[in-house]
Ligand binder design. Structure first.
Ligand code: NAD
Ligand code: IPM
Ligand code: MN
Length: 350
């Protein structure tokens, strides 16, 4: 396996070091070579060179089996230009239309909800990842004046909506799940989200064994807190998926716990924690590396290394069960020590 590693900015660097430690440990434990190539693309690199990524950057990424990203975002780059090129650019250019964000509570003690535990918090979110408001179609007229007009269109295509909804149903079917819930705002957004309504109904009709339900996104935000047990598979658009997967992070014990995949089935895909660069925590050895480490498990699974993926998940569960974690989830360890404990579990299983 050849993996490109973009540690990026802030705590992205801290947690990527631990994800790499775990990948090296899993490679040794299973005798499967994993070749990691570090790319310097980051705010530092952009501020130093003026380049966000090289001209052939996306083509370069396509030569790898997968890409791992820590996080991108730096207060010195106020327009977020490098993150848009590197992260959003890769999602668009590599056509990574499936944003796969599992929400699984790994220990009852980490539940933020009264009387809810592992049995209640275990679902996946499929976030459309190539359209919506993220395409930046629009513009500003008379910017900076009291007459300013700012337009940011939401793009919804039949192809884009269909392929993510279909993927959600296929995932449910392949995993023996029986419920898919689609969230939109079709009561207010009567053009774009009418398309989501139509396509959802049409696709659902092909899966008679799966109960297809719909919720408005505002109600879903409430139900995620009040009754998360009702969900198995959620499918929604780019922006709503972004927002509810931060709630999903909280449901897992904190944003530092959540991993994700940006996937085009069968093509080079990109894996990253759900959280950002958390500048106030950066370089202090306090960020939780578990979201990044679980993202490596999603990457291994997507590349067909299922036993390796299971082993990484099991190692994370052991760390949590034994309280060998960072302070955000109640443990006594720093980022490096927490990552080393998880890597150690992989060595022990040999
Ligand atoms: P953030 O996810 O970086 O952090 C929000 C808060 O969540 C932190 O202050 C912290 O309390 C907690 N947190 C997040 N990750 C944690 C971890 N690993 N361990 C412990 N606690 C953790 O979100 P933000 O502050 O809104 O954004 C900071 C920067 O990151 C911005 O530039 C933003 O654009 C960027 N960002 C990047 C990505 C990405 O690269 N995928 C994702 C989200 C945000
Ligand atoms: C995420 C992040 C990104 C997004 C930002 C950094 C543009 O929040 O991956 O969840 O909104 O998609
Ligand atoms: Mn986000």
């Amino acid at each position: 396996m050849r993996i490109a590693v973009i540690a990026g900015d802030g705590i992205g660097k801290d947690v990527t070091a631990e994800a790499v430690r775990v990948l090296n440990a899993v490679s040794r434990a299973f005798g499967r070579p994993i070749q990691l190539e570090h790319l310097p693309w980051s705010a530092d690199h952009y501020l130093k060179t003026g380049e966000t990524l090289p001209a052939n950057g996306y083509d370069l990424l396509r030569t790898f089996d997968a890409v791992f990203v820590g996080a991108l975002g730096d207060p010195r780059v106020t327009d977020n230009r490098h993150a848009r090129d590197i992260l959003l650019g890769s999602r668009f250019e590599l056509d990574l239309y499936v944003n796969y964000r599992p929400v699984k509570l790994l220990d009852d003690r980490l539940s933020p909800l009264k009387d809810r535990g592992r049995k209640d918090i275990n679902f996946v979110v499929f976030r459309e990842n190539t359209e919506g408001v993220y395409v930046s179609v629009g513009g500003r007229f008379k910017a900076g004046t009291d007459d300013e007009i700012a337009i940011q269109e939401e793009v919804n295509t039949y192809k884009g909506v269909h392929r993510i909804i279909r993927h959600a149903f296929e995932f449910a079917q392949a995993n023996g799940l029986t419920r898919v819930c689609m969230a939109d705002k079709s009561n207010a957004m009567q053009q774009g989200h009418a398309l989501w309504q139509r396509v959802f109904k049409a696709v659902a009709a092909h899966y008679p064994g799966i109960t297809a339900t719909h919720q408005y996104i505002d109600a879903m935000a409430m139900f995620l807190v009040q009754d998360p047990a009702q969900y198995q598979v959620i499918v929604t658009n780019n922006l709503f998926g972004d927002i509810i997967t931060d709630i999903g992070g909280a449901l897992q014990g904190g944003l530092g716990m959540a991993g994700s995949g940006n996937i085009h089935p069968g093509k080079t895909s990109l894996f990253e924690p759900v959280h950002g660069s958390a500048p106030s925590l950066a370089g202090k050895n306090i960020a939780n590396p578990i979201g990044a480490i679980l993202s490596t498990a999603l990457m291994l699974e997507t590349l067909g290394a299922r036993d390796e993926a299971r082993a990484v998940e099991a190692a994370v569960e052991t760390a949590i069960a034994r309280g060998q974690t960072t302070t955000d989830i109640g443990g006594p360890l720093g980022t490096r020590e927490a990552g080393a404990f998880i890597a150690e579990q992989l060595k022990l299983r040999k």
